[in-house]
Ligand binder design. Structure first.
Ligand SMILES: NC(=O)c1ccc[n+]([C@@H]2O[C@H](COP(=O)([O-])OP(=O)(O)OC[C@H]3O[C@@H](n4cnc5c(N)ncnc54)[C@H](O)[C@@H]3O)[C@@H](O)[C@H]2O)c1
Length: 344
């Protein structure tokens, strides 16, 4: 049985990490920490386990094998590195960290410590994305020529456990990135996975169209990010990440291949809808993706536990997350310089 500590007891810990550890027969949560101590205490009372005043104290508990890092973005690297050095396996939430140097340091530290580092890229594990990958690899739509991928919703200020315009998601220091790091990174990860190709260059526009902080002034982060990606083989596609899609969430990806078109989470009824060049249509009725309002089991925690128990790397490894973060940082640079930027 792996003994787990939860660092950061906010929304994602409560709706995903904790329930999914509780339903995993190889895991037992034994420790909680949050800067709002009562939040950790409430969870410990409900589920059992000890509350620690600081994450450092939690990491000193030798009984703990692994931790979930579910705090604000700017703390991901520091907490993850400390945890790995304390001999814990780490499941860190996305975006991996706020600088490329920190992302690299996390990967190196995991290697040196010989501990698993997994990053919470749940999109890869949804039934439709898994099936889409298999169908693409079988050649259903031929060679992918271009794509359009989108992740947009009404913003994180109603999602956070501390909601409102004062949310840390709107604080440049704590979040570091807006929609590009919060939502764009999911689609960057996904599109590299589905196409089997790395993003090699980006032309991006990052804007702040509508979100205001508690001062009433526009936030200092992007609430919309539009990117044109050039891929390894020379194909191009677009990604839109938005915090201002008021109404229904858009989590769609459309892939245009030499033999047909695949629409994922785009059709009102079917998770995948394929129209072939021949005119034939094929529909796949699969479970819908998690939305802010409706959470289903993500599979991220099971993947983390399995990677520890079977000592194997997974599709959610630190290295893969680092690769996606390179495209995130290149997008930010492209927007700042108004130039197409190589992903190094
Ligand atoms: N994989 C996904 O789809 C997904 C979805 C939502 C959030 N996330 C990520 O999860 C992380 C947490 O987001 P959330 O939605 O739970 O936010 P949240 O605002 O609901 O909760 C954050 C929690 O962290 C605590 N915290 C902040 N700073 C802390 C510190 N210094 N020490 C201890 N605790 C601290 C806060 O008190 C709060 O309880 C973020 O990095 C976010 O990007 C990932």
């Amino acid at each position: 049985m792996l003994k787990i500590g939860i660092i950061g007891c906010g929304k994602i810990a409560q709706v995903r990490h904790i329930p999914e550890y509780l339903s995993n027969e190889h895991a037992q949560i034994i420790a909680f920490h949050d800067r709002t101590r009562e939040r950790a205490e409430k969870l410990a009372t409900k589920h059992g386990g000890k509350v620690y005043q600081s994450y450092h104290e939690l990491l000193e508990d030798r009984e703990i094998d692994a931790v979930s890092v579910c705090v604000a973005n700017h703390l991901h690297a520091r907490v993850t590195i400390d945890a790995l050095q304390a001999g814990k396996h780490v499941l860190c939430e996305k975006p991996m960290a706020t600088t490329i140097e920190d992302c690299e340091a996390m990967v190196v530290t995991a290697k040196t410590a010989e501990k698993k580092l997994v990053v919470g890229h749940n999109q890869l594990l949804t039934p439709a994305h898994k099936r889409a990958k298999a169908l693409i690899d079988q050649g259903l739509i031929g060679e992918i020529l271009t794509f359009r991928t989108t992740f947009g919703h009404g913003g994180p200020e109603n999602w956070s456990i501390d909601p409102g315009p004062g949310t840390w998601f709107f604080d440049k220091e704590a979040a570091a990135m807006g929609a590009i790091g919060d939502l764009g990174v999911h689609k960057i990860y996904l599109i590299q996975h589905l196409t089997g190709q790395r993003i090699t260059e980006v032309t991006a526009k990052l804007t702040t169209l509508n979100k205001k902080g508690s001062s009433g002034q526009p936030i200092l982060l992007d609430d919309n990010a539009l990117c044109i990606f050039g891929m390894e083989s020379g194909i191009v596609g677009t990604m839109m990440a938005s915090w201002t899609y008021y109404g229904a969430e858009d989590n769609s990806t459309i892939l245009y291949g030499t033999k047909g078109i695949m629409r994922i989470y785009d059709h009102p009824q079917y998770a995948i809808a394929v129209t072939l060049k021949s005119g034939e249509s094929i529909y796949y009725d699969l479970e819908s993706i998690q939305t802010n309002e409706e959470q289903s089991k993500s599979g991220v925690i099971d993947t983390f536990i399995e990677s520890i128990l079977e000592d194997k790397e997974t599709e959610l490894s630190g290295e893969k997350a680092l690769d996606s973060m390179r495209a995130v940082f290149a997008s930010i640079e492209s927007a700042q310089t108004n130039k197409t930027t190589k992903v190094v």
